[in-house]
Design a protein around this ligand. Structure first.
Ligand code: SF4
Length: 381
C-alpha cells in the first residue's frame, strides 16, 4: 500500500489473528461472519454481485475467502503438486484470497498474473542476501505503537493488521501487528503534533475494519485543528469490491476533509465491472482515486502489461500514481525486477501513453526524508 509516507504497497487493525506462524492478521475485525458459501465458482449461473445496501455482504464474502492451496488449485484446475508446495510456504504467511478475485484468474494457467500474487510457493523459503523481514526498518521508526511519522507533515496510522488478501510480495508480511489494536496512543500523538496535516490510514488494510470502527477513528480526529487531509491506502476495493457498500460510502462522504483513496492494483485483469462500480461509488463521495502498483517479475514486468493496467485504471476513474520497485522483504526475491529494467519499461510506457497515465517509478529507502523518485527523473536541486 504510498507517496509520502512509508505506506505498504499497499499495506491495513486489530483483525483476527491468522493461523500459521505469520505475524500478519487476516480478514476483518467485523464480528458477524454469517452467510452461505459462495459455491459453484465456475457456474455461469453463479453470481456474487452484492447489493451495496446489504451491510453484511462483504463480511460474508470475506468469511468465505479461499485459504487452502488445495482448494485454490482445484478451483483453477491446476496441478495438485503446486498445492503441496504452497502448503509448506503458507506456514510462514498463509494463503488468503476472496473468491471473486479467484474468478478473475485464468483456469489451468500456473502463470496467471493474479494467481502469482497470492499463491504461496517454494521459492519463498529460499533465503536471499539483502532480503529481510522489515525491509523499510519500520519497527525502528514508530514514534508510538501504530504511528509511523517519517515524512514531513504526514503520519501513517497502522489501523489494523488485517487484509482481504495476502499478497506474497507484501513488505509488511512479517510486520509485528500485535499490540496495534489500541490506537489511542497514536491518535493522541497526532493530536499533540501540529506539524501533522495529513493522516494516512494504512495497515494491513484499513477497509478490513468495520465501518463503525473507521467512523470512530475519524471521529477522534475531527476536532484536531491541524489535520487537513485524510488518505486511505487500500487494496480491498480491488480484491473485494463488495466492501464499498452504502455504509462505507456514507462514512466517506460525511468526513470533513478532502479524502484521497490510494488503491493498490497491479494488473489490468484485476479490474472488472464490479471493481469499476466500486470505484464509481468511491468517487461519488468526492474522494480522489489514485493507484499504486508494485513492479513484479512475472506479473506486470512488460510495457504492454503496464500500459494495459493504466488504461484499465482509467476506465475505473483512477489515475496511476506510483509504480514501486519491490521492497526487499524475505520470501519475495523471485518478484525482483532490476532498476535498469524498470527504467526501460517506464520509458516504453511513456512513449505510448499520455503523461497522466504514466505512473512515477519510485523506491522507498529506509531513513530517507522522501520517496526516491527514479523516473521521470527528479529535477536538479
Ligand atoms: S498483504 Fe496485500 S493487501 Fe495486505 S497490506 Fe500487504 S500488500 Fe496490502
Amino acid at each position: 500500500m504510498i507517496a509520502a509516507s512509508p505506506t505498504p504497497r499497499h499495506p491495513a487493525g486489530s483483525g483476527n489473528p491468522s493461523a500459521g506462524t505469520t505475524s500478519h492478521p487476516v480478514g476483518t475485525d467485523a464480528a458477524d461472519r454469517t452467510g452461505q458459501p459462495c459455491a459453484g465458482e465456475s457456474s455461469p449461473r453463479h453470481s456474487c454481485a452484492a447489493d451495496p445496501a446489504d451491510p453484511e455482504a462483504w463480511q460474508r464474502e470475506l468469511a468465505q475467502a479461499v485459504t487452502d492451496p488445495v482448494e485454490l488449485c482445484r478451483l483453477l484446475q491446476l496441478d495438485p503438486q503446486l498445492a503441496l508446495q504452497a502448503r509448506t510456504a503458507a506456514g510462514r504467511f498463509r494463503l488468503l484470497v476472496p473468491r471473486g478475485f479467484v474468478r478473475r484468474m485464468r483456469r489451468a494457467d500456473p502463470h496467471d498474473p493474479l494467481l502469482l500474487q497470492v499463491l504461496p510457493g517454494a521459492r519463498e523459503l529460499i533465503e536471499q542476501a539483502g532480503y529481510e523481514s522489515d525491509p523499510l526498518h519500520e519497527c525502528r521508526t514508530q514514534r508510538v505503537p501504530g504511528l509511523l511519522h517519517k515524512y514531513h507533515g504526514r503520519a501513517l496510522l497502522i489501523s489494523t493488521g488485517a487484509c482481504a488478501v495476502h499478497c506474497r510480495y507484501c513488505f509488511r508480511r512479517e510486520f509485528p501487528y500485535g499490540g496495534h489494536a489500541d490506537t489511542s496512543g497514536a491518535l493522541a500523538a497526532i493530536a499533540a503534533d501540529a506539524s501533522i496535516e495529513e493522516v494516512i490510514l494504512s495497515g494491513g488494510d484499513p477497509l478490513a475494519l468495520s465501518t463503525a470502527r473507521l467512523r470512530r477513528l475519524t471521529d477522534a480526529l475531527r476536532d484536531v485543528p491541524h489535520v487537513r487531509r485524510l488518505r486511505l491506502h487500500t487494496r480491498t476495493p480491488v480484491v473485494l469490491p463488495e466492501r464499498v457498500d452504502a455504509a462505507l460510502v456514507d462514512w466517506l462522504g460525511s468526513l470533513p476533509w478532502p479524502c484521497v483513496v490510494v488503491l493498490h492494483c497491479n494488473h489490468a485483469n484485476e479490474i472488472d465491472a464490479a471493481v469499476r462500480a466500486a470505484s464509481a461509488r468511491l468517487r461519488s463521495t468526492g474522494a480522489t482515486l489514485l493507484n499504486q502498483s508494485v513492479l513484479l517479475g512475472g506479473v506486470n514486468d512488460s510495457a504492454s502489461a503496464l500500459c494495459e493496467l493504466s488504461e484499465a485504471l482509467w476506465s475505473a476513474g483512477t489515475l496511476p500514481y506510483y509504480l514501486h520497485l519491490l521492497d526487499p522483504v524475505s520470501g519475495a526475491a523471485h518478484f525482483e525486477v532490476s532498476e535498469t529494467r524498470a527504467r526501460q519499461l517506464l520509458a516504453q510506457v511513456a512513449a505510448r501513453l499520455p503523461g497522466y497515465l504514466v505512473p512515477r517509478l519510485a523506491r522507498e529507502v529506509p531513513g530517507a526524508p522522501a520517496k526516491s523518485l527514479i523516473a521521470p527523473a527528479p529535477p536538479d536541486p
